[in-house]
Design a protein around this ligand. Structure first.
Ligand SMILES: CC(C)(COP(=O)(O)OP(=O)(O)OC[C@H]1O[C@@H](n2cnc3c(N)ncnc32)[C@H](O)[C@@H]1OP(=O)(O)O)[C@@H](O)C(=O)NCCC(=O)NCCS
Length: 185
């Protein structure tokens, strides 16, 4: 499945282009992971070419199996790829009626609505693409003290549903937010 999603520019932020991660993303991925905040909240370190290739292979296999559909989010400069701005992912491992979303934004691009805009595009695409398989609900989980992530959920219409108890690898309680196809949670 080769999917490309586009998000319009805003007065203060450039347009975005979302496309599946591929092998050429090694250097931008390593660059993004130089940020300690990203390493902290994703619980992952991507430091070497080997680390990046391993992560990108995970994305490739995810698309192959259909269980992990990860998109690199690039700034869209008149149709050309600008800088890597982030990542959004749809995880489809359980019942076809539900799936989970995830995201991060590269440090240089934060505070400009990249994650909510990319997540909105992913959400629309997911409900549309997987309606035939019965997708009705998308879950968004974040650790309770990740306030920036909670804001992304709120701004994207993922309504707070419940507090989840701490569970490895997350040492603290979390929030579950839900967005349902065609309506509030
Ligand atoms: C959470 C995250 C994805 C938000 O992405 P973003 O593209 O900056 O999203 P937004 O621009 O909508 O900002 C969201 C919140 O981040 C905070 N923020 C604003 N500017 C910021 C900046 N320059 N740097 C860091 N955080 C900032 C604000 O609280 C903002 O909420 P507000 O709109 O109410 O002011 C990003 O901070 C990130 O990648 N964090 C590390 C990885 C992570 O936590 N992923 C989610 C795991 S559940």
């Amino acid at each position: 499945m080769k999917v490309i999603l586009r998000v319009d520019a805003t007065p203060s932020a450039s347009a975005l282009l979302l496309r599946p991660w591929h092998a050429d993303d090694v250097d931008p991925l390593i660059g993004a992971y130089r940020d300690a905040t990203l390493r902290h909240w994703t619980g992952l370190a991507v430091e070497s070419t080997a680390d990046a290739e391993e992560w990108l292979e995970l994305q490739r296999r995810g698309w192959e199996s259909g269980e992990r559909l990860g998109f690199a989010v690039y700034e869209d400069r008149s149709g050309d790829e600008g800088e890597l701005a982030g990542n959004v992912v749809l995880k489809r491992t359980g019942s076809p009626a539900s799936a989970e979303v995830g995201y991060w934004t590269a440090a240089h691009a934060r505070g400009r609505g990249v994650a909510p805009r990319a997540l909105e595009a992913l959400t629309h695409w997911a409900f549309d693409a997987f309606a035939v398989e019965g997708l009705k609900r998308l879950d968004l989980l974040h650790q309770i003290d990740n306030l920036a992530s909670c804001r992304v959920a709120e701004k994207t219409g993922y309504l707070f549903h419940q507090v989840l108890p701490a569970q490895p690898p997350f040492p603290r309680d979390g929030h579950l937010h839900i967005r349902r196809a065609g309506g509030p949670a």
